[in-house]
Design a protein. Structure first.
Length: 221
């Protein structure tokens, strides 16, 4: 049953208001963090997600795909110390982003709940974490961001690439929305709000990329 309000899964506040109903799907907009999210009772099942993921064709050897990933990889590589240890969180079946980071002489562990369910990768901390085309799939974003914060060392970077939602007038026709596994959409303000909640510093080196710096620990603390 459609309701006019819903808790926001991104900022954990009771601030979501019905934004649009499209193709039988109800979307809410948070008045605080400006995230747009699918109604909780309409989220896809794990099996539905896996079936959709298997249709994706992201070839790690495709130059165009590697160029797409470079929008995030290049500004991140420019900010990392030599030999940094990272985690490709939600790497998918063909971890092309990890290959780019390894080519820059960095160490990268893999984790993906469907394709690389490696719990050991979640038992250490990292200098950087990458999430490429991942955060829009989160059913519990606030929980996931808390997990990523715990996995990130002080002074580390969380690098996110997702298509920002900016044009409300085109939302119903937006191709990115049509992927049934895309259940939450972010604006730059959303990431600024997330950063403020965790004490991170946000940078936007590209139109659909955000780099979030976790401040280094105070040596006097």
């Amino acid at each position: 049953m459609r309701v006019s309000a819903a808790p926001c899964p991104v900022c954990d506040r009771d601030a979501g208001r019905l934004f649009a109903s499209v193709d039988g799907c109800d979307y809410y907009r948070c008045r605080l963090c400006e995230a747009t999210f699918l109604a909780r009772d309409q989220l896809p099942s794990a099996q539905q997600e896996l079936e959709e993921y298997r249709l994706h064709r992201n070839d790690p050897d495709d130059p165009a795909y590697r160029g797409f990933l470079g929008q995030m990889a290049e500004p991140l590589l420019a900010r990392l110390a030599p030999g940094a240890a990272g985690l490709d969180y939600g790497c998918g079946p063909g971890p092309a982003l990890a290959a780019l980071m390894r080519a820059g002489d960095h160490h990268v562990a893999l984790y993906d709940p469907c394709f690389h369910p490696n719990p050991e990768a979640l038992e250490r901390t990292y200098d950087f974490i990458t999430c490429t085309e991942v955060v829009e799939h989160f059913h519990h974003p606030a929980r996931e961001f808390r997990k990523l914060d715990a996995l990130l060392k002080p002074g580390g970077w969380l690098a996110i690439q997702t298509t920002f939602q900016t044009d409300d007038a085109r939302f119903a026709r937006w191709n990115y929305r049509r992927d049934p596994t895309h259940v939450v959409f972010y604006r730059p303000h959303t990431f600024r709000h997330i950063a403020q909640c965790h004490g991170w510093h946000p940078l936007f080196p590209d139109c659909n990329v955000v780099l979030l710096l976790k401040p280094a620990a105070d040596p006097l603390a």
